[in-house]
Design a protein around this ligand. Structure first.
Ligand SMILES: *[C@@H]1O[C@H](CO)[C@@H](O)[C@H](O)[C@H]1NC(C)=O
Ligand SMILES: *[C@@H]1O[C@H](CO)[C@@H](O)[C@H](O)[C@H]1NC(C)=O
Ligand SMILES: *[C@@H]1O[C@H](CO)[C@@H](O)[C@H](O)[C@H]1NC(C)=O
Ligand SMILES: *[C@@H]1O[C@H](CO)[C@@H](O)[C@H](O)[C@H]1NC(C)=O
Length: 390
């Protein structure tokens, strides 16, 4: 009824114009349907896409697991790697995880050369807790290189002061994010073997270490339903007894739980998408059929913040040696994960957009995008820290 009335009003307005409404409609239709516009919108490309479910394959084909296993053992596999991160490191933070310290959790923050203010805010907030409830934590920032010697001087100063910059010799640009991610994976594998978990994050994120550790403890049922009895009756008595400890700052056991995780456990978690590639030519994320011909991406974890266990880190790192380079880092990791059979775990408390801030609304938030303003990050984090949510 409402639609009818709107249409009628529109027609009445249009009839006041010197051209007939029918003419206007026809002209509009002609514009929208013109091959040029449709092509720009990627309509034709969609018809040419291959079916992800039945036709998917991506180089290198074949079973990668035996090759990954050989690499993990330090042997030379029978097939040569096709994609190795071989840029040299200008800053290595070599002792970050050694010196008789055995950090269990590692923050690896993808940053940009000129984002020194954002790095400072992270150092003062979620990146500052180096021992949370007995869990040893370290943080590093990943950088590439630029052409401005003044900015590099500042980075050098920063590194002297804080010893937390890992810089590799490739051009720092968001279109090189996959290189940056690969530099971080390689660094974590080689220089921080004690870390049971690594969190990869952008430098404009809010992160709650407290909630992250809660999530790691029980990824499949986060957040815990603290105010309701649990559904698993078998463990009911036990969980009821333990509930108050959970509600209170009950991380006494965290150290052991995190430490006891074996290398076989493969967690790769964050906000998981099942979505089609962008074929719209003006999109920042446009991808051609040549580069990726299928109608869906593999399930992927958005790259703003995600967590990997040591087992997943090793497999993804060595798996990447046999996976053709892809420009988007989240898709690249998804391709590797698919080929080595790691299923991404979804958790909606990793916000890839900026969740509207309220103290209570952020109680269970693990990560939220949108904190590129250092003052805002400091104020939100301090607020949540004092509320016991960070
Ligand atoms: C790095 O690896 C690529 C292939 O992944 C190769 O083309 C290039 O020559 C290598 N560079 C060096 C310095 O080894
Ligand atoms: C971390 O904190 C715990 C207590 O919360 C303490 O027992 C432990 O020694 C600390 N570790 C380091 C390296 O300071
Ligand atoms: C990525 O890094 C490589 C190596 O430094 C460089 O040749 C290339 O131009 C960079 N890509 C972009 C888009 O900056
Ligand atoms: C978030 O806040 C903005 C403005 O402050 C508001 O327009 C929007 O509706 C809010 N979104 C939600 C989901 O509450």
């Amino acid at each position: 009824m409402r639609l009818f009335r709107t249409t009628w009003r529109l027609r009445r307005k249009l009839s006041a114009l010197p051209v007939k409404p029918v003419t206007v409609t026809i002209i509009l239709l002609m514009i929208i349907c013109s091959p040029v516009v449709l092509n720009h919108m990627g309509v034709f490309t969609h018809f040419l896409e291959k079916d992800y479910y039945t036709e998917f394959s991506y180089p290198l084909e074949g079973n990668l697991q035996p090759l990954v296993k050989e690499l993990k053992l330090g042997n030379e596999p029978p097939i040569k790697p096709i994609n190795v991160f071989n840029y040299s490191y200008l800053k290595l933070c070599q002792n970050k995880c050694s010196n008789n310290e055995n950090p269990k959790l590692l923050f690896v923050v993808k940053s940009a050369l000129h984002h020194s203010e954002q790095r400072q805010a992270i150092r003062q907030t979620w990146g500052n807790q180096l021992n949370f409830s007995g869990v040893e934590i370290r943080r590093v920032f990943l950088l590439g290189t630029g052409s401005d010697p003044e900015i590099q001087e500042k980075v050098d100063e920063e590194d002297k002061l804080y010893d937390d910059i890992v810089q590799a010799d490739f051009h720092d640009d968001y279109r090189n994010n996959t290189l940056k991610t690969m530099s971080g994976f390689k660094w974590a594998v080689e220089h921080c073997p004690s870390a049971r978990y690594a969190v990869f994050s952008d430098d404009d994120m809010y992160i709650s270490t407290k909630n992250l550790l809660r999530f790691i403890r029980n990824p499949s049922s986060y957040p815990e339903q603290e105010s309701h009895p649990r559904k698993d009756f078998e463990h009911r008595d036990r969980s009821l007894k333990e509930e108050p400890a959970l509600v209170a700052e009950g991380f006494e056991n965290e150290q052991n739980e995190v430490a006891n995780l074996n290398e076989e456990s493969k967690l790769y978690a964050g906000y998981v998408f099942h979505s089609p590639p962008q074929r719209h030519r003006s999109s920042k994320w446009y991808v051609s059929l040549n580069e990726y011909p299928y109608h869906l991406w593999p399930p992927y974890v958005t790259a703003g913040a995600y967590v990997v266990s040591r087992g997943a880190l090793l497999d993804l790192h060595y798996g990447s040696f046999y996976t053709k380079y892809f420009q988007f880092d989240d898709i690249f990791l998804a391709l590797v994960a698919l080929k080595i059979n790691i299923e991404p775990v979804h958790c909606s408390e990793f916000y890839f957009w900026k969740k509207n801030y309220s103290k209570l609304g952020y109680r269970d938030v693990i990560a939220s995008h949108g904190y590129s303003n250092p003052d805002e990050l400091r104020s939100v984090w301090n607020d949540l820290k004092s509320a016991g949510y960070a």
